[in-house]
Write a protein that binds this ligand. Structure first.
Ligand SMILES: [Zn+2]
Length: 394
């Protein structure tokens, strides 16, 4: 059995250990040591990171022994382990926060914790409740941060079954024999095999940033620890920038942005209507001046300087009139050719011939379905437009 140094002293980051065994599993080396400070994945808490003899520890798993997964094999009989303390401390904060949150949910609303997840950004606590009121969440957040502020000691100890029977745990433990108990002084007591901050003050701050329904139950989403402090600094910067940009006090920002979005949608709606009317008038003008084929189809071939949204509307407007065919070209900022080909149902445009004869002229790419095709290309548009007119004269 590997001696778990993180239970003796959870602040050990550097240690020497003897190699007990190395197994090769799918081109990885599973290194078992006589003792380790690397915490293995468990209880919703991810495995530690760090190095063994300078080789990155990719994973740590608790099987029969504690297994360190490495991509290279350490050569010595004794090795030096180094735990990434930033990573460890982050998750010690997250895990400790989770204890405080679960205890506060239970204390405030008799809400039990079903499962937890400590993610890279958030920690989540899935509860046994189908719904939790905003007021309860507010009380839980207040309780959590009060307990953090009180900086209560967090202690772990092993108890036997006799003592366990006399202890009032927040949730019953499934383990038998010696059981590890984690207590937040005068606030919470549960069975847990994880690593924790020495006191609740280390969590610094915790805030419920959202709730969601999962499997018919409420899952609460939290930001806690140094991450939450960093997040606060970021949101404060964003708020300051919005305050200046919108000339609004922070509580007015949401209302101001909502009004701006509504005004924008209204303007877009009006622009769309005006564009269609303009395109329709422009289309009639182009059709009037267009060349006629022997069968009476009016063929529009035009280079445009307008934006592509307008060109599409114009192509559609031409095709909406009977016996019409149009080829419109424009260029984007990069100088690429943008093209639209449109034809009314009764124009008899041979789409296969368009693809076969016209596309190679500008190395055209694109497609669509009648009445409008569109795409991009490159090169000489004059020849492309002339070829379109000639195709329709056939
Ligand atoms: Zn724990």
């Amino acid at each position: 059995m590997t001696e778990a140094l993180y239970y003796t002293d959870q602040e050990i980051t550097e240690f020497e250990a003897h190699v007990a065994r190395i197994d090769t599993v799918e081109s990885k080396f599973h290194v078992v040591l006589d003792k380790t400070a690397f915490y293995p994945e468990g209880g919703g808490q991810p495995a530690d990171r760090g190095t063994i003899d300078g080789i990155a520890v990719e994973d740590v798993r608790k099987l029969d022994d504690i297994v360190h997964v490495l991509s290279r094999k350490p050569s010595g009989e004794t090795v030096h382990g180094s735990v990434d303390w930033r990573h460890r401390w982050d998750y010690m904060q997250q895990h400790t926060a989770q204890h405080v949150i679960s205890a506060a949910l239970f204390a405030v609303g008799s809400i039990a914790t079903v499962s937890v997840h400590l993610g890279e950004q958030y920690l989540t606590v899935e509860t046994d409740s189908a719904s939790i009121s905003d007021e309860t969440i507010e009380n839980v957040v207040a309780t959590v941060n009060r307990v953090i502020g009180e900086n209560r000691p967090v202690r772990a100890r092993w108890v036997d079954e006799a003592e366990l029977a006399s202890l009032d745990l927040r949730r019953p433990t499934k383990h038998t024999g010696l059981v590890r108990i984690v207590e937040i002084e005068n606030f919470d007591r549960v069975g847990c095999g994880g690593v924790h901050a020495p006191s609740t003050g280390a969590v610094r701050i915790a805030n419920c940033v959202g709730i969601e329904k999962i499997r018919g139950r409420v899952r609460t989403i939290w930001m806690a620890g140094d991450r939450a402090v960093d997040h606060y600094r970021l949101t404060a910067q964003i708020t300051a920038a919005l305050t200046e940009l919108l000339s609004a006090k922070p509580p007015e920002i949401v209302g101001r942005v909502t009004a701006t979005i509504d005004a924008l949608k209204n303007a877009e709606y009006q622009v769309r209507g005006l564009t269609e009317r303009l395109a329709s008038a422009h289309a009639r003008d182009l059709i009037e001046r267009a060349e006629k084929t022997p069968t009476g189809t009016r063929v529009v071939a035009q280079e445009l300087t307008d934006g592509k949204e307008y060109a599409r509307s114009l192509a559609e407007a031409v095709a909406a009139e009977s016996q019409t065919a149009a080829c419109l070209v424009s260029r984007d900022e990069a100088g690429r050719v943008l093209w639209w080909i449109a034809a009314s149902d009764d124009a008899g445009l041979d789409w296969t011939a368009v693809r076969r004869d016209l596309f190679p002229i500008i190395d055209a790419k694109g497609g669509g379905r009648p009445p409008v095709w569109q795409g991009v290309g490159e090169g000489d548009t004059t020849r492309f437009l002339r070829a379109f007119v000639e195709l329709n004269q056939k």
